[in-house]
Design a protein around this ligand. Structure first.
Ligand code: SF4
Length: 295
C-alpha cells in the first residue's frame, strides 16, 4: 500500500465533524465512498462511529466481492465497524410500493406512447432508493442505537459526493438525520477521490448498481453484458417478470427486450466511473453508486 498522496493530502478546507452526534458513513460502494474510507484510514478524515451500506439484494454480483476484499480490511484495520445491511431485514416493500399500480424503480414506459425514434417517451417515478436504502439504513441504525437515543443525539450521515456534484446536494439539512458531504466540505474533486483510491492500490470499483437498474446507460448495460453475463441474464428475466404485471414497462428507453436492445457504446467518451457518477437519470435513483440516491 502506498500512502503517498492520501497521507500527505492537506485539504483546502477541513471537514469538521460533530462528535456529539452519531457519525455514520453511508457508503454507496462507489469511488467517492471508497475514497472517504481511504482518507479515514490515512488520518485525513476523522473516524465515523460506523460505516453502513445497504444491500438491495439485487446488487451487481461483483460489488460485495470488491467490498469484502478491498474495503472491509481497511475498516477492520482502523477499527471502524462496517455493516452491509440486507434490505429484506428492514424494508417493507420490494418491487411494489405503497401504490400497487406501479413498481418502485424508475422503469421506462410506453404508456404515454413513443417518441419519433420509437423509444419510450416516459419514465416511472423512482422510489426504490428511498425504500431499499434510506429506510433500510435508518431502521438498522434505530434498532442498533435506539430510536429515542438517536432522536435526542441526532445523526450525521456522511455521503460520498465530490465538488462537481455540489449542486445536487441537499443544502439545508436539519433534524434527526442530517446530511454531511466530507469531500465537498474539503473542496475535493472526483479526480482527487480517484487518486486517493489508486494511491491505496485499490482497483476501480465495479459499477455499484442493481443489476436491473433502469438508470444504466448503454455503456453500463454493455459492460454488464460483456463482463457479467449472469447478471445480464437476470436483468433480461426480470424485464419479462415485470411485464407480466406491467406490460408497458421496459428496462431501457428502446422499449424492446433487453437482449435485443440496440445498445451503443459511447466510444470511450465516458470512463466507467464517469458513467456511474454522472448519470443523469432524474428522480431518487440518480447516482446510486456514490450514495446520493439514499440521502
Ligand atoms: S436507483 Fe437503481 S441502483 Fe438505486 S436502488 Fe433503484 S434500482 Fe437499485
Amino acid at each position: 500500500m502506498n500512502n503517498g498522496f492520501t497521507k500527505k493530502f492537506i485539504p483546502v478546507r477541513e471537514f469538521k465533524h460533530n462528535p456529539d452526534r452519531l457519525n455514520v458513513l453511508s457508503s454507496g460502494g462507489g469511488t467517492q465512498s471508497n475514497a472517504i474510507i481511504c482518507l479515514i484510514h490515512a488520518g485525513v478524515l476523522p473516524k465515523p462511529d460506523i460505516i453502513v451500506m445497504s444491500d438491495t439484494e439485487r446488487e451487481a454480483s461483483n460489488v460485495f466481492t470488491y467490498q469484502r476484499e478491498h474495503i472491509a480490511p481497511l475498516c477492520e484495520e482502523m477499527g471502524v465497524e462496517y455493516h452491509i445491511v440486507q434490505k429484506s431485514r428492514y424494508a417493507t416493500y420490494d418491487l411494489v410500493g405503497p401504490n400497487k399500480e406501479a413498481p418502485l424503480p424508475g422503469y421506462f414506459t410506453e404508456y404515454t406512447g413513443r417518441d419519433k425514434n420509437g423509444n419510450c417517451s416516459g419514465r416511472q417515478p423512482a422510489f426504490c432508493s428511498d425504500k431499499w436504502k434510506v429506510d433500510v439504513i435508518h431502521r438498522f441504525l434505530n434498532e442498533r442505537y435506539g430510536e429515542l437515543n438517536l432522536r435526542r443525539r441526532g445523526v450525521d450521515m456522511w455521503l460520498g459526493i465530490s465538488i462537481e456534484e455540489a449542486a445536487r446536494r441537499m443544502k439545508i439539512t436539519t433534524g434527526k438525520w442530517q446530511k454531511r458531504y466530507p469531500l465537498i466540505e474539503m473542496l475535493m474533486t472526483k479526480q482527487m477521490a480517484i487518486q486517493c483510491v489508486e494511491d491505496y492500490g485499490l482497483p476501480t470499483p465495479p459499477p455499484s448498481l442493481c443489476w436491473m437498474c433502469p438508470n444504466r446507460d448503454d455503456d453500463l448495460w454493455l459492460y454488464m453484458k460483456n463482463h457479467v453475463p449472469e447478471d445480464f441474464q437476470k436483468a433480461c428475466d426480470h424485464e419479462k417478470e415485470i411485464q407480466e404485471m406491467w406490460p408497458h414497462l421496459w428496462l431501457t428507453k428502446y422499449g424492446v427486450p433487453l437482449a435485443e436492445a440496440p445498445l451503443k457504446p459511447s466510444g470511450g467518451k465516458n470512463t466507467q466511473m464517469d458513467m456511474i457518477q454522472f448519470m443523469d437519470t432524474g428522480g431518487s435513483g440518480r447516482m446510486c453508486a456514490n450514495g446520493n440516491c439514499f440521502t
